[in-house]
Design a protein around this ligand. Structure first.
Ligand SMILES: C[S@@+](CC[C@H](N)C(=O)[O-])C[C@H]1O[C@@H](n2cnc3c(N)ncnc32)[C@H](O)[C@@H]1O
Length: 326
């Protein structure tokens, strides 16, 4: 953690300022220490990351997957601008908009989008509820523009109106109360600041997506037990899904009947990486405790209720919502 982050950090519950104690610094960063409030509440800084959440929480499976597949979805690893294209297409922000601006990224995972923000020259705070923060921190170790924080979207540990941009992709559907999670982002925006979120889109066909038939069982399984099954079955099921996908006209829809994440013919990846993504994303489909798609009308109503202007809702792939604080 960089020392200047102390200016925007606060207790996530009382919003009181935090004092740094017993700190140990390395490479100009606070590596370990304690953040304390006047009333004696303490939050540790461990391995460079301030931690505001209990070690065990509902997002453990995400910590498991992002530490195991720390690099898999990073453009710098795949050599293809998959994250970059999704980021700019969905946010409609440009690198010039972001350069030198403060950005809060909520639910950073291993940091595939953190990489894009940093390469645009943004000053980023990447936050996640799970220990995926360790993967994100390792991936972007000592980047001069980055702070990583382990915190909860419902109780963000920052002073209000601290950020020019707030960005939250792939997260809201995985929280217990999606509207409340969305609303908790708004106070973090400075006046005139921009928000971009994305969420799984609810549609009629969602019920035919076989992951929802398996999830009542798989979401209750211990991550390492489920992972062993996924690792065993995905190499068998992926060729079946690819075969079904080749059936003219209906194949593209029918392949959703096989519970495997199949990017064949969709993403420009090598066969080895298609399998790696399939294992990661099949686990990502089956393991999360919560998976709650939303409709475009619902997302639009939240953006309006939050009092944002320049609202836009569209679905380049997932459902995207954009807005600006007046
Ligand atoms: C599907 S991953 C997406 C990660 C990253 N945004 C990406 O697209 O690669 C969802 C992330 O949301 C995080 N998450 C879930 N609930 C959260 C909460 N209450 N507060 C902050 N992050 C949360 C999970 O830990 C997980 O890393």
């Amino acid at each position: 953690m960089k020392r200047d982050l102390l200016n925007s950090l606060c207790c996530p519950f009382t919003h009181k300022r935090l004092r740094l104690e017993k700190s140990f610094e390395k490479n100009g960063r606070i590596e370990n220490g304690l953040l304390t409030t006047e009333d004696g509440t303490q939050y540790p800084i461990v391995q460079g990351v301030p931690r505001f959440v209990p070690k065990e929480n509902y997002a453990n499976s995400f910590g498991f997957q992002w530490n195991r597949f720390r690099k898999t979805q990073l453009d710098s690893y795949t050599g293809v601008p998959i994250s970059r294209d999704r980021f700019y297409k969905s946010t409609e922000w440009s690198p010039d908009d972001l350069k030198g601006k403060t950005v809060l990224e909520v639910g950073c995972g291993a940091g595939r989008f953190t990489e894009i923000l940093l390469s645009a020259g943004a000053i980023v705070v990447a936050l996640d509820y799970s220990n995926a923060v360790d993967a994100c921190w390792k991936n972007h170790y000592l980047h001069p523009n980055l702070n990583v924080v382990q915190g909860d979207i419902y109780n963000l540990p920052f002073q209000e109106e601290s950020f020019d941009f707030v960005f939250c992709f792939g997260v809201l559907q995985h929280t217990p109360d999606v509207k409340k999670a969305f609303m908790s982002l708004i106070p973090q925006l400075k006046k005139g600041g921009c928000l971009a979120v994305d969420v799984y889109r609810k549609k009629l066909g969602t019920i035919f997506w076989s992951k929802y038939w398996f999830r009542p069982f798989t979401r209750r399984m211990e991550p390492d037990r489920l992972f062993k099954k996924v690792e065993k079955w995905v190499p068998v099921l992926l060729p079946v899904s690819i075969f079904i996908g080749r059936i003219p006209i209906v194949g593209k829809k029918l392949r959703y009947l096989v519970p495997v994440a199949n990017y064949h013919g969709i993403l420009p990846l090598t066969n080895v990486k298609i399998l790696e993504w399939a294992i990661l994303d099949t686990f990502d489909m089956l393991s999360p405790k919560y998976d709650q798609p939303q409709s475009a009308a619902t997302l639009r109503s939240w953006l309006e209720e939050a009092g944002l202007v320049d609202i836009k809702v569209f679905h380049p792939a997932h459902l995207v919502g954009q807005g600006r604080k007046a």
